[in-house]
Design a protein around this ligand. Structure first.
Ligand code: AMP
Ligand code: MG
Length: 638
């Protein structure tokens, strides 16, 4: 068991309150922050380069693409970058890692995040930390894709923030080839790097668990070949864990039972902070008859203390916790209208983080069939499919862990652990694993829906939840938005400034309805401004009644409190596709590097009314999405 509080307890992601302006009091430099490498210390290295020195002495070509077995990583080194230009550093990231704010200006940081310095020295090979690339596989668009791995990402080291106890693995994306680069170049283009940098910090700011981004570096001397030549860039990103569902998938495809158990143990102990942080076993039928139930969760005391039950052993509890984290993530993504765009199992985090940003998008006009991925013809990764696709990925994970969860209390029997499943035990094991996955699907749905509901309730300004809200408020609203082609996130923000006195009468409601229209009026098929006023007006009436129930017949004070509470969960700034394109154009083509500072202010504090940076740009970025730039799609090439 590890001594730090990674995972469950030491979770520092922002909460959806927009006011997480916790000061950075750190004076620690990058050179001085503590550095660890539990991942490489606890898990097996590529047998071809078992130590950092073996890898370091190998010429670069030797570290190129190949199949790597019986290992979870390879020691690799970044390619140096000539004349790196540090375009932006996230202040929130500096704080959360435990770095002084002044490090944004330091030469050391500039060189490290460009891949020009590592914390390891050939003269003292036993000390320091050598970078590594993880080995994983994945199901892509539903088909098994074999070995993938960090083809252009390299982890430099882990560091634990002494104030929060949270440990992060810091990595560079776009710093060159690894054994997992397959046919590609190990590089990233500026365009996609800007997108990843901004969205990582944005999702964190609105309370969605995500991998983070510390910095964005332009590599002016590197030209990267995509559909055309493009400037290269490196994002320094960090996360409590970069392990993916696909990491387990690969081990399963190779029948590597031993490593599956090792990795699951690593995830429980190092990522989730210990087995005892996982949920207790659900009570079995027998347990329910037991009079000595744990008062808090209606669970037997033994189970709380981690005794292996015949039905649920510790690996089942791990699977359930991963499921719960994933379900929480999905509830949040759906409530804010965010789509990853490529939810392959290699892009699905073991810690329920939103991960790997390619053709992602926030919803503009509400359209459940929208997918931001240009190549997603089957709409597999569309908004409405996201919850079921995450579950599909979780079933693959359940299969990869199937033997461990199906073994019940025999999981530590020597013969099972070392030799495998005995023939007569196999049917019992399979049946149990299937039953568990089936039960966990109910837990997934319940957690996802309750999180979605919690956030929608807050976004609508309600204090309580009523059974009828789902039908009468949520579904009605979404149907109305879809029919009238209204902007999803603008709707909530604009609703946050509607006063109860605005919507008391039918006329008031229909007038208020116009605030939700696009500049050019209603565009939905067979809809007019008039039908728009009517539909929104009718919905506003339902909403008004529920607000009054929850907040009382509006004294001005309660009503302004309600509006304030809504503004704190309904962001004013949302990094939509069209404005990311605008930012990319300005930075890349017009060389307006300075705008990234302002954009990062908006990104880190998206609930503000203004940022005192540039009124025109702020207004443009928070305003109506130009008609022909809504619902943009991206290709996977990045
Ligand atoms: P993605 O769909 O971007 O998450 O990538 C899927 C896989 O392709 C991962 O293993 C990536 O590391 C790898 N990959 C994507 N782009 C590149 C690149 N330019 N160079 C090397 N590997 C890449
Ligand atoms: Mg990926």
């Amino acid at each position: 068991m590890s001594s730090h509080t990674n995972g469950a307890n030491g979770h520092t992601n922002g909460h959806a309150n927009g006011h997480q302006k916790i000061e950075n009091t750190s004076t620690t430099t990058l050179a001085d922050i503590p550095k660890s490498h539990t991942f490489t210390a606890k898990l097996p290295a590529d047998p071809q380069f078992p130590t950092p020195l073996d890898s370091h002495r190998a010429p670069r070509q030797k570290l190129g693409p190949r199949m790597v077995r019986s290992a979870l990583f390879t020691y690799v080194r970044p390619e140096p970058t000539e004349e790196p230009e540090l375009l932006a550093v996230s202040k929130a990231a500096l704080r959360d890692i435990g770095l002084a704010e002044s490090e944004a200006e330091s030469e050391e940081l500039r060189q490290v995040v460009a891949g020009n310095k590592i914390y390891w020295d050939e003269g003292k090979p036993e000390e320091g930390v050598y970078p590594w690339a993880q080995c994983y596989g994945g199901f892509q668009f539903g088909s098994w894709a074999g070995q993938l791995g960090d083809g252009r990402a390299m982890s430099l080291f882990e560091t634990t923030n002494p104030d929060t106890g949270v440990r992060y693995e810091i990595q560079l994306k776009g710093a060159g080839k690894t054994p997992y680069s397959r046919f590609a170049d190990g590089k990233a283009v500026l365009r996609s790097s800007i997108r990843e940098f901004v969205v990582s910090e944005y999702l964190n700011a609105i309370g969605i668990p995500t991998t983070r981004a510390l910095s964005l570096t332009l590599c002016p001397k590197s030209e990267v070949v995509r559909e055309r030549l493009e400037p290269g860039a490196i994002v320094c990103r960090f996360a409590q864990s970069w392990v993916r569902f696909g990491t387990f998938d690969l081990l399963r495809s190779r029948g590597d039972r031993d490593l599956t158990r090792k990795l699951a143990t690593y995830v429980a102990e190092e990522v989730y902070g210990g087995w005892e942080n996982l949920p207790a076993a659900l009570p079995s039928v027998e347990d329910k008859k037991d009079a000595h139930l744990h008062p808090a969760r209606n669970v037997p005391k033994d189970a709380i203390q981690g005794k292996e039950g015949a039905e649920e052993n510790r690996f089942t509890r791990l699977y359930r916790e991963i499921t719960r984290r994933t379900a929480l993530l999905v509830g949040k993504l759906q409530a804010y209208g965010f789509m990853n765009g490529v939810l392959n199992t290699d892009n699905t985090s073991i810690l329920g983080l939103s991960l790997d940003y390619g053709p992602f998008a926030f919803m503009d006009n509400f359209d459940p069939a929208y997918t931001p991925n240009h190549d997603d013809h089957m709409l597999r990764y569309s908004y409405r499919s996201q919850p079921s696709v995450f579950w599909w990925n979780l079933v693959r994970l359940g299969e990869a862990l199937g033997e461990l969860i199906g073994a019940g209390d025999k999981v530590d029997d020597e013969i099972f652990a070392t030799k495998g499943v005995e023939e007569e035990f196999a049917p019992v094991l399979i049946k149990r694993a299937e039953t568990i996955i089936d039960q966990v699907s109910d837990e997934y749905k319940a957690v996802f829906l309750s999180e979605y509901r919690r956030l929608m309730t807050a976004r609508l300004g309600l204090k309580t939840q009523k059974e009828s809200d789902f039908e009468k408020l949520f579904s009605e609203l979404l149907d109305t938005m879809e029919a009238l082609e209204l902007d999803f996130n603008h709707f909530f923000r604009r609703l946050s400034s509607v006063k109860m006195s605005d919507v008391e009468t039918k006329e008031g409601r229909e007038q208020t309805a116009e605030r939700f229209f696009h500049h050019g009026g209603v565009t939905g098929l067979n809809e007019t401004n008039e039908s728009g006023r009517e539909k929104i007006g009718a919905w506003l009436d339902q909403w008004r009644q529920r607000i009054t129930e929850d907040w009382g017949t509006s004294s001005g004070d309660a009503d302004s409190q309600r509006r304030e509470s809504m503004r704190m969960v309904n962001p004013n700034f949302v990094p939509r596709g069209w404005l990311l394109d605008d930012i990319i154009d300005r930075v890349q083509n017009k060389k307006e590097r300075d705008i990234l500072k302002g954009v990062m202010e908006m990104t880190s504090h998206p609930f503000e009314d203004g940022w005192g940076w540039n009124e025109d740009v702020e207004e443009k970025y928070c305003g109506d999405v130009p008609r022909f730039r809504r619902a943009i799609q991206c290709s996977c090439s990045s």
